[in-house]
Design a protein around this ligand. Structure first.
Ligand SMILES: [Zn+2]
Length: 308
């Protein structure tokens, strides 16, 4: 499998100055990654206030471990400490989850004026993050808000997390092909990917089976959101990721479901919308959180390590 690592340089003005893509195969090696980072540090040395690593993974701050079902890493258990050893000590080093970074960017750079909101990231799988009182809700070890692994079918399909019937195995893009077969949109011999954009295109051309599947995906997400709403009482829910390609029918259905089926006191004023930010929000969100919550201009950052 081939991966792309990207390296962004974001300034305190929260603009992306440069971005590079590095293609690599197989495992992620700490030495390879740190060499890339050190090159940027040399280039911008005096302007850099810290290094933020953003990963599609859970950052376990108690065991200093990376938990990922997506990345193939050289050594998950020592990745954090190994990188800290390689990156020059005068720079603070912070690790962030990708969805968390996107979530935090919404408050400052997006259209969210709230200290309590959820961000749902619908891609191949489903990620989620909750900003509580302007801080990331992490739980005991950083595992909070695993919405994609909330079971919606007790005897459903087994998931790599060990559970059954996890939401992301029904509404994530990786499962869309099998859902499209189930709903009679494509034949089981269909020999290509079937993506959110393909489903939306069929729907926009008037295919009623496509509408039915969009509504099913929306209904399943709505059920999970209903549980989040009664537990956490968000003011806003922002939906990001490629799931947005499902368009207005998907979003309108979710909004209608929550308004009509939810606990009325929680749901009557809740605002559910798509993000308006682009992909670079992931980096400026991490940079903003680092400056807001971790970095202290009045002290030396020597050897600092933050697991967010
Ligand atoms: Zn799962």
């Amino acid at each position: 499998m081939e991966y792309k690592a990207s390296c962004y340089c974001a300034l305190t003005s929260y603009e992306v100055r440069e971005n590079y893509y590095y293609t690599y195969k197989g495992k992620i090696y700490v030495k390879y990654l740190s060499d890339i980072i050190i090159e940027s540090l040399k280039k911008y040395s005096s302007e850099i206030l810290g290094v933020c690593i953003v990963l599609p993974a859970i950052i376990d701050n108690v065991n200093r471990n990376i938990i990922t079902m997506v990345l193939d890493m050289e050594k998950n258990e020592t990745f954090i400490d190994d990188l800290r050893d390689y990156i020059p000590q005068q720079y603070g080093l912070a690790f962030f989850n990708d969805t968390t970074s996107l979530a935090y960017a919404e408050n400052t750079f997006g259209s969210v004026e709230s200290a309590n909101y959820a961000y749902i990231n619908i891609n191949e799988g489903v990620g989620a993050s909750y900003i509580h009182d302007s801080k990331i809700l992490r739980g005991t070890t950083g595992l909070a808000m695993q919405l994609g692994h909330m079971s919606i079918k007790k005897d459903g399909v087994p998931c790599s997390c060990g559970n059954r019937g996890c939401l992301e195995n029904y509404i994530g893009e990786l499962s869309l092909r099998s859902r499209a077969i189930e709903y009679g949109l494509i034949d089981k011999n269909f020999d290509s990917d079937f993506l959110f954009r393909d489903l939306e295109e069929m729907s926009s051309k008037g295919d009623q089976k496509a509408d039915t599947l969009i509504y099913a995906l929306a209904d399943e997400l709505s059920d999970a959101l209903g549980k989040i709403i009664v537990i956490l009482n968000p003011e806003i829910i922002v939906i990001g990721g490629i799931g947005r390609k499902l368009g207005e029918k998907y979003l309108n259905r979710i909004q209608a479901n929550i308004k009509s089926n939810g606990f009325i006191q929680f749901c009557k004023n809740i605002n559910i919308k798509y993000t308006k930010l682009n992909d670079s929000a992931i980096f400026i969100g991490a940079a903003k959180y680092y400056i807001d919550k971790h970095f202290d201009f009045s002290r030396n950052a020597e050897g600092d390590l933050f697991l967010s």
